[in-house]
Unconditional design. Structure first.
Lengths: 283, 247
């Protein structure tokens, strides 16, 4: 054992999701070896099963997979947008108490999404109101968390925009007038408004130009380290995973096919599927 | 106790993209490296030198055997360590310097080196001072310290890499051709730095293609052939044999 002050923020154990018929027998009839997530004998789709991982403060964990692999389902279960069929998802909150995210009432979940857990979406339109100013978008989670003083809200919004490298003279411009990279920075500022211990990143730079993406990735990495955020990064792009994460897992047909230290997983992948993915990405 | 004790280390690659072909890269390696000792791995390309380094760092996943490292928390088997613990141990106790710097897009040389120092427990100011002195010693002009490392020349990147790998000396330093891109005077400065670290008690396991560097730095030379250790001895003896064979 290595002594460490590592503080586990998110602990996912045995997480699973069945869509359609809820036939648990479908689990043994699906998966990577069988080449499908859809039960050949019924109408159950095993979108995710037996997913296990944990993420500590200041650490980013990557989830790699093609579309349909189950990576988005895993993220949406953690966020509470999809009800899980099995497993536990434990979060260490800002006040250090621990809570099972799967057992929350709808109002508890809404409160959690304001204070403890943010999502940075691929499409800024999913995380921002484009018809509102940058400042207004950031004020929204702050007021939801109980901030009332206009001056303090402006001050906090300015602080966050500075942190995410958005020029302050754009604070009162409508977000729809911003470039793609700038929108992503505003989305980051909004996601960080209430200092959440956990941030989920869903393809945070897909769709941006390479040079813009590199800048946003570097910013995300700095924020994770300096703010001690626990991050889950879902992406099909190995460059993103390599840049942001220290550990990651690969998903296929709803299952985890491999989990490891990121440089090892990319340099010496063991599972046949991971070898194919890496070879394709490097080609 | 040795800083590094490798026992019966084996590595097979199974290439699923090439019909499941199996490549046996290491066949049962036994090797110890003591504090203050520089062990140089010699041998032709494909002998398994880099794979051995990567298995110690666990960039390559060993197939069997143990890699015991003596840490502040006592002996630890790198092959059996949980992923998160491995990440912590690498940052704290291992320096790994390869031929290439995988530079992060928007980070300057001083910042890269200082962060490596912080990962090994230095505070920010201490790390910045040590980074500045390491870059200075390796001949990186001060005007380049805050330039994004991704735009530096190959030789400059390699020196940034070496500075990051050796700052706040790690217990174990793994070197894979760390001076291959350097001109003679910069190469000299780099080799001096490595020699000083050995004198300070760092255990070094290194791969150098040039025999001169090995003669200058190595306490022992381990000659590898086809994934096995063929010969171990003092640099003069083993390298003379090696050049004799080459001639």
């Amino acid at each position: 054992m290595i002594s460490t002050e590592r503080q586990v923020v998110l602990e996912v154990r045995g997480l699973g999701k069945l869509f359609g018929d809820q036939d648990p027998g479908a689990v043994v009839r699906t998966g990577p070896e069988l080449g499908t997530a859809k039960d050949p004998q019924g109408n159950t789709v095993v979108a995710a099963w037996d997913v296990d991982f944990e993420v500590a403060a200041g650490e980013a964990f990557g989830v790699i997979g093609e579309s349909g692999s189950g990576k988005s389902t895993v993220m949406r279960m953690i966020a509470g947008d999809v009800t899980a069929s099995a497993g536990t998802v434990r979060l260490r909150k800002r006040d250090r108490s621990r809570v099972d995210l799967l057992g929350l009432t709808p109002s508890e979940r809404r409160a959690l999404r304001i204070d403890e857990l943010s999502i940075v979406h691929q499409d800024p339109a999913d995380g921002l109101d484009l018809r509102v100013t940058a400042g207004g978008n950031i004020a929204d989670p702050l007021t939801a968390a109980g901030w009332r003083n206009f001056g303090q809200i402006r001050e906090r919004a300015a602080e966050l925009l500075t942190r995410t490298e958005v020029p302050l003279d754009r604070m009162d411009d409508l977000v729809k007038t911003f470039s793609g990279g700038m929108k992503q920075r505003v989305q980051l500022a909004r996601a960080l408004a209430n200092n959440p211990p956990l941030v989920l990143f869903d393809e945070p730079t897909t769709g941006l130009d390479a040079s813009v993406a590199a800048g946003v990735l570097d910013l995300i990495r700095d924020l994770i380290e300096s703010l001690g955020i626990a991050a889950v990064v879902v992406s099909h792009d190995f460059a993103v995973i390599e840049m942001l994460t220290s550990r990651c897992m690969v998903m296929q047909h709803g299952r985890m096919v491999e989990q490891g230290v990121t440089d090892q997983l990319l340099e010496d992948p063991i599972a046949p599927y991971t070898q194919r993915l890496v070879a394709a990405a490097r080609a | 106790m040795s800083v590094l004790s490798i026992r019966d280390l084996r590595k097979h690659f199974v290439l699923h993209n090439v019909g499941g072909r199996r490549v046996d890269a290491l066949h049962g390696i036994d090797l110890d490296v003591e504090a203050g000792e520089h062990v140089a791995l010699a041998g032709s390309s494909g002998a398994g030198k880099s794979t051995l380094l990567k298995c110690v760092y666990r960039t390559d996943l060993p197939t069997a055997g143990t890699v015991i490292v003596d840490t502040d928390d006592g002996p630890v088997d790198v092959t059996a360590l949980a992923d998160a613990d491995l990440v912590t141990l690498r940052g704290r106790a291992f320096g790994y310097v390869s031929q290439f710097l995988r530079a992060e897009p928007r980070r300057g040389a001083l910042e890269i080196v200082a962060r490596a120092g912080q990962a090994r427990g230095m505070d920010r100011d201490e790390a910045l001072d040590a980074a500045a002195s390491a870059l200075g010693r390796l001949g990186i002009d001060e005007s380049l310290w805050d330039v994004y490392a991704s735009v530096l020349s190959g030789g400059e990147k390699q020196r940034v890499n070496l500075a990051a790998g050796t700052i706040s000396p790690p217990r174990l330093l793994l070197l894979d051709e760390p001076v291959s891109a350097l001109d003679p005077s910069n190469r000299d400065a780099a080799l001096d730095l490595i020699a000083d670290l050995t004198d300070q008690g760092v255990a070094v396991l290194g791969v150098f293609h040039d025999l001169d560097a090995m003669r200058r730095l190595a306490s022992r030379v381990v000659l590898m052939r086809d994934g096995r250790i063929d010969r171990v001895g003092p640099p003069d003896v083993v390298l003379d044999e090696l050049t004799g064979v080459a001639r």
